[in-house]
Write a protein that binds this ligand. Structure first.
Ligand SMILES: Nc1ncnc2c1ncn2[C@@H]1O[C@H](COP(=O)(O)OP(=O)(O)O)[C@@H](O)[C@H]1O
Ligand SMILES: O=C(OP(=O)(O)O)[C@H](O)COP(=O)(O)O
Length: 408
């Protein structure tokens, strides 16, 4: 089913906003956090509108979200996110230090119309990080404890839509469910791209999610959804190794260290099939007491950005399109010196209809001063690239099942 058709089949949030009812809303406000501080609040800003709409409609909102993964430094309490939500929703948010235990349930029962209750990080429950089919997730502690208190479920967390986790796919099995506005916008934006059947659609693909990106490139080219692809970042490095056979000792070590060998093979197959549509870097920037550009054949260390000649070549690709999808930075943007390729191409792409996704890509767009000019900024990273790759998101599948069951 095409993405546009999927959106039409999914109940819109307004159907789930019935005054006085309890609505469980899953959002994704997972943010980059260092030393307990949120570095970028883009996802929080995006979801604030959802909660404001729910509050204005007079529903009792119960908000489910996660931060980080258990065991990682950024696995924190959502209490950190509460002031940000209050700032952007422009109303008080209640917070409970519990996910589905007696205290959380007591506070849900006491909610008044229009109030918003943020539950603690849902990944505190060990079951939340186990991916299983929706029917099995409906039997989890989380769903068993919370669903009986709710009347509707709204799924809005596009960035987590690719996870078959209880808070994503469990509730739609037992509650009438809707898609939230963030999720709907994402599906419509990508659906509109697919409708173009490739004409004038260019993909700039970089970053570090190599297998996901290879898959997306393959799908997009196979289905003629894009006209041309230009690859940078670590993805571009893998393609360059595949295209030019760059396997001197230093590069071989880099490839082995990164575990890139199977990806190089896959890139080689893609080049054999779609070589005339895939633009691969011809030079890279490396660190040698500062930034210097080297021709691909002289490359003998890990590249940190695309080089000047490649930037010019990729700008030509951008020029030929009227929609540019930008997924993943062209280089190691954490160091400003190696952000040049990404920043220059983002500025060129912003003159077109720019669709971008991924935390680092958004950060780079902010750096380049073009975030406000983008046509669509996706809240997803992996979800964005996987949707581009034509994969059916578990969240979409569960919501379609739910619509069939509750609103046939
Ligand atoms: N040539 C490179 N060398 C090292 N790191 C790179 C290179 N190109 C991109 N990266 C890194 O890839 C990461 C971003 O990739 P990814 O997570 O796929 O992007 P996004 O967050 O936009 O989805 C960044 O940390 C960036 O520094
Ligand atoms: O940040 C997220 O995804 P992303 O790293 O693909 O952008 C989502 O919150 C999903 O998180 P997860 O990859 O820990 O399941």
């Amino acid at each position: 089913m095409l993405l546009n058709e999927v959106v039409e089949k999914l109940p819109n949030m307004s159907k789930c906003l019935e005054r006085g009812k309890v609505v469980i809303i899953r959002i994704d406000i997972n943010s980059p956090i260092v030393d307990g501080k949120i570095l970028d609040d883009y996802r929080i800003r995006a979801h604030a509108q959802t909660l404001r709409l729910a509050s204005e409609a007079g529903v009792k909102s119960v908000v489910l979200a996660h931060q980080g993964r258990p065991g990682q430094d950024d696995f924190t309490s959502l209490e950190v996110h509460k002031p940000y939500l209050e700032k952007y929703v422009e109303r008080p948010i209640k917070f409970v230090d519990d996910v589905a235990g007696p205290e959380a349930r007591r506070q849900i029962r006491e909610l008044r119309d229009g109030e918003i209750l943020l539950l603690e990080n849902v990944r505190l429950l060990a079951e939340e990080v186990i991916e299983r089919v929706p029917e099995a997730q409906a039997e989890t502690y989380l769903v068993k404890k919370l669903a009986p208190l709710g009347h509707y479920f709204v799924f809005d967390g596009f960035a987590v839509a690719h996870r078959s986790q209880p808070s994503v796919v469990g509730f739609p099995m037992v509650l009438p469910s809707c898609i939230g506005p963030v999720f709907e916008r994402e599906l419509r934006a990508l659906g509109a791209v697919f409708e173009r059947r490739g004409e004038g659609v260019m993909l700039l693909a970089g970053g570090a999610k190599i297998p996901d990106t290879l898959k997306a490139v393959e799908q997009l080219l196979k289905n003629n959804f894009v006209e041309k692809v230009a690859v940078g970042g670590l993805v571009g490095f893998v393609f360059a190794v595949a295209k030019y056979g760059l396997l001197n000792d230093e590069i071989r070590r880099e490839v082995e260290r990164g575990g890139y060998l199977p990806h190089v093979e896959r890139a080689r197959q893609l080049l054999a099939k779609y070589g005339n549509k895939i633009h691969v870097p011809v030079d890279f920037a490396v660190e040698r007491g500062g930034r210097i550009d080297v021709d691909v054949y002289s490359l003998s260390q890990a590249p940190l950005d695309i080089g000047r000649s490649t930037i010019l070549l990729f700008k030509e690709v951008v020029e030929q399109g009227d929609i540019v999808i930008f997924s993943g930075p062209m280089g190691y943007i954490e160091n400003k010196v190696f952000a040049t390729g990404t920043v220059e191409l983002l500025r060129a792409a912003a003159k077109k209809r720019l669709i971008l996704g991924g935390g680092h890509t958004i950060m780079a767009a902010e750096m380049a001063g073009v975030l406000d000019r983008a046509f669509h900024v996706s809240t997803g990273g992996r979800a964005f690239i996987q949707t581009l790759g034509g994969e059916e998101m578990p969240a979409v599948k569960a919501l379609l099942m739910s619509a069939k069951k509750f609103w046939p």
